[in-house]
Design a protein around this ligand. Sequence first.
Ligand code: ZN
Length: 555
Amino acid sequence: MPVSSSANSDDAFAEVKAKVDLVKVVQEHVRLTKRNRELWGLCPFHQEDSPSFKVNPQMQSWYCFGCQRHGDVFTFVELIEKTDKRGALQTLAERAGVELRKLSPEQRERSDDRKRLLAMLKLAAQYYEYVLWSSPAGEPGRRLLVQRQVGEETARRFQLGYAPAGRGFAEYLRAKKRSLAFTARTVHQDEQRKYINSPETPSYVKGRVIFALDLAKDEIARRGHAVLMEGQFDVITAHQFGVGNSVASSGTALTEDQVRLLKRFTDELLLVFDADRAGQQAMRKAAVLASQHGMRTRAATLPDGMDPDEFLRSSGAQAAERWQAVVDSAPSSFEAGVAQDIAGFNPSNANQMEIVAGRLREWIGLFPEGLRDGYVEVAERRTGISRHLLLRAPEPKRELKQAPNGLSRQIAGKKTTVSRYLLQLLAVNPAAFERIRTKLTPEELDDEDRGIYLRMLETYDRAGASGLENELGGYPAEVQDLIRRAWAAPPPNVDGQVAEELVARLRLDRMKGRHSGIIRELSEAERGREAERVARLEAEARELARAINDMERSS
Ligand SMILES: [Zn+2]
């Protein structure tokens, strides 16, 4: 380690600052996306859904528009590690390989403690690995690995060791004149601790660690999603069989901290949970929790109730291919929940319909408001239960809000409309303009959405699919907010097909609105005995009803 030439601490700050890159430091905690010359992400210092945290690589500075916090790399580390300026300097100096002269006795002690612990953990890992591979005592462990089809390379990557009964390591340590109480289990888990922001906690904290995240992170980036399994051994087998983006929550139900940790690496989780009731309950909880942090989840089902370990080992050479089929066919977790709720349901039985609608209302209600509108659509399509029934809130106050005019699109008291959903979809997937632009007349959109639609379309025409990202700064603030929110928490499905369905739905709603308008006019005309007008309106209403009928049948 090169020794800093300066005893002066200002110089030490400058030297460290010159050697570390703010972007890299931030990226260990925040996933950044490039827009123009700046990098954006979700602020780690306050709760938010749309990115307002900005890093400027040229200036090596950061700023959050949400909580107004800002600063340089030292300020960032100070806040994220909940330390002081000196503590941040120490952390970053270690990282940059700059040795600091004037440490306080406590700082020196803390730093030494940490080094001692890490050295000890490394020693233990090496010892148990040595036992596994090179000692007769490791024979049962080697046999077990052969039996589970885990090769040496995978086992070494996971730093698997074997702890035979007795006091092997303690004696080994005594021989080395050290002592420390910990278990073999701790060894690997501590290795991942660098992803946890808790320097004040020098030991493994259950519920804050994701098993194998360190080994899986590159593959997660490559495949665009992480596979979350229940068992740690499932994960080891998965890596052995090429599913290198697999991780597990460490022996607990998925926690908020773990979701935040995962979100630094991906927006999508594939949940592979046991097919039994407990497993499926856990899947639902994980899906809801992840959605609250703006993550999408899908739920995979393995054939014959197998767990991932059994499934992959029994697939042998076809493992990769069969796994891909599982991934491809996995529905969203929301849909998987719907499928469970409607299993064995007979739609012609009114009583059953009521029960199932109740279950679905409850399921939908667990998700963040911004998702519910889209989920109601999905549930309606999937079950044939009318959206009116799926939306009916239990409180009478809310029921009143549901004006029975057929056009009410107030979702659970929140105004997320079909028209708004379409805008969100187009913000996330501007290419969908191609599918709908000739099918949609702007008049069919809600009044407040029409201008936004036209402006987005204009940007798209002029600047292409990336135009919105580049020109967002020029949009009115509330529109920027709408679009950023859509980016941070996209609607459940954003493909062109769905855009077309939404457009059809808008047209249908508009036609229904016109139809009830004509019916109102008709009764007026009847009261006034205007025979000619009545005849004309009747013909119009019939025509419209037929068109509505056709449309509903074809969708
Ligand atoms: Zn902030």
